[in-house]
Design a protein around this ligand. Structure first.
Ligand SMILES: [Zn+2]
Length: 477
């Protein structure tokens, strides 16, 4: 049986991969042909048999975006709760005192995951890495979505506890954490064997400061035996940075280097507070060079952190220093294109320079940067033989007009509003802005009920106002 071939006929703009230049380049008025077997042609005229022909006059064809760090678990349920909250003594972070209070039930997690996947694909994502706790529908929902998925079941040996709204303590249970690690490894094997062929497992010690060094070493060993990726939150907050200094006298990167786990198959979640960061006030400046030397990747997720008043310094300088850096959305709003815009803005402000990173630089991070972090040369680019992960951008939509450079318009103005269709392995997962394989609208309704359920009896309703997360507007009776 021959594969069904889809052709975007005479696309006005194509973001094509120039292998010689090792760069994305624009092409004009050409065909893009693909099937489930891969991309067949980029540019020129495709003369082969065609199953579906899509007129390309009003379209830009670009590679699918790669999100290398997000959390489906309960993050979408925090919407409207903690955006204006933070713990001053923990550098304004909302993570330890507020977000950690969330505890979603299984139905809530399934709804949150469906909404996350829908939002991501409607913002042009075709591959994503989800770090979450396992729930009975986690793998099946991921497979059903049609996206390419890296699933990372997190495990840790300590829970955070904030004492008197100012001190971060750790409740350790090493044995229980080790059991979760063993369960996670079994799950990683199950995920990799899924018959949809688009899923891979990732070994994920959740945070550098909640896992003993021996566990991190063993986890990395097991991942390397299996040839799968490893991801860990490291250098993500100042509270973590201070805890590591107190505990072992090293920064997060120095710690991972000392235990010998840095390498091109390791993705560090966030890696903001390395020793060069202005807040850490370290006397060394070697962390970023060490990441570059070892090929260790960084998942940059600016929105969640910018919301708490902090940012990486800077995505442009990490790129220039040779660090493999990709983009993740971390928490809601799960809008990859908005995340990319914020990444540029944060870099330009933190670097105090408009030239810190440009549109092409951020597009590279969200495509070939993410692909490299995942160890793949067959995604994040439109070239013959690559996977058929393709996004169609409506260049006629008002936010894309007037049109001089479509990628700039997309990143600085239109974002997800211009994403019309999304294909993974040649099959549509978004058609005319609508999610194809999941019941997105039903999941959105379920989220409301799930959030109400989660808040009832949790003490969060009163807790929020007591701790200063006040309503923005008063509710009139
Ligand atoms: Zn994260």
């Amino acid at each position: 049986m021959t594969e069904k071939v889809t052709v975007i006929r005479k696309a006005a703009w194509i973001v094509a991969w120039d292998a010689e230049a090792s760069a994305h380049v624009y092409m004009r008025d050409g065909d893009v042909a693909f099937s489930s077997a891969g991309i067949l042609q980029v540019g020129g005229h495709y003369g082969g048999a065609v199953g579906e022909e899509i007129p390309g006059a009003g379209l830009m064809v670009m590679p699918g975006l790669i999100n290398i760090h997000c959390h489906s678990g309960d993050e979408p349920l925090a919407k409207g709760l903690f955006e204006d909250a933070g713990t001053p003594a923990l550098w304004g972070n909302a993570l330890y005192e507020f977000s950690a209070m969330l505890d979603a039930d299984e139905d809530a997690q399934a709804a949150a995951q469906t909404v996350m996947l829908g939002d991501l694909m409607r913002s042009g994502v075709t591959t994503m890495l989800d770090i979450a706790g396992n729930h009975p529908r986690w793998i099946s929902t991921m497979a059903q979505s049609g996206l390419r998925g890296y699933l990372a079941p997190g495990f840790r040996q300590a829970q955070w506890r904030v004492v008197d709204s100012h001190r971060l303590d750790f409740d350790w249970d090493e044995a229980a954490g080790y059991e979760r690690f063993k369960e996670a490894l079994a799950l990683v094997d199950t995920i990799g064997a899924h018959d949809c062929g688009r899923l891979q497992g990732v070994v994920a010690p959740s945070q550098i400061e909640t896992c003993r060094p021996e566990l991190i070493e063993e986890a990395v060993d097991e991942a390397r035996k299996r040839g799968v990726r490893i991801t860990i939150h490291a250098a993500q907050t100042m509270a973590e940075h201070e805890e590591l200094l107190r505990r072992i006298g090293r920064t997060a990167v120095q710690h991972l280097d000392a235990i010998g786990v840095l390498g091109p198959d390791l993705i560090l979640g966030h890696c903001i507070f390395a020793d060069h960061h202005s807040w850490t006030r370290q006397r060394t400046h070697g962390d970023i060079a060490r990441l570059a030397q070892t090929g260790t990747a960084v998942a940059h997720c600016p929105v969640t952190f910018a919301r708490s008043g902090m940012t990486l310094e800077t995505v442009g300088s990490y790129q220039r220093d040779g660090v493999t850096i990709g983009i993740g959305t971390d928490s809601y709003p799960f809008n990859m294109l908005e995340e990319m815009r914020q990444a540029m803005i944060c870099a330009r402000i933190a670097g105090r320079n408009f030239a810190e990173i440009d549109s092409q630089g951020i597009f590279n991070a969200a495509t070939i940067g993410g692909a490299k972090a995942l160890g793949r040369g067959d995604i994040g680019r439109l070239e013959v033989g690559a996977k058929s992960d393709v996004v169609l951008i409506d260049i006629k939509t008002p936010a894309m007009q007037p049109l001089h450079d479509p990628l700039r318009n997309l990143l600085h103005c239109a974002a997800d509003r211009a994403v019309r269709d999304v294909f993974v392995d040649g099959a549509a997962v978004v058609r005319n802005h609508r999610v194809v394989n999941l019941d997105y609208d039903a999941a959105v309704s379920e989220l409301q009920e799930a959030q109400d359920r989660m808040l009832t009896g949790s003490g969060l309703n009163s807790g929020c106002s007591r701790k200063g997360a006040k309503l923005t507007l008063n509710v009139r009776p």
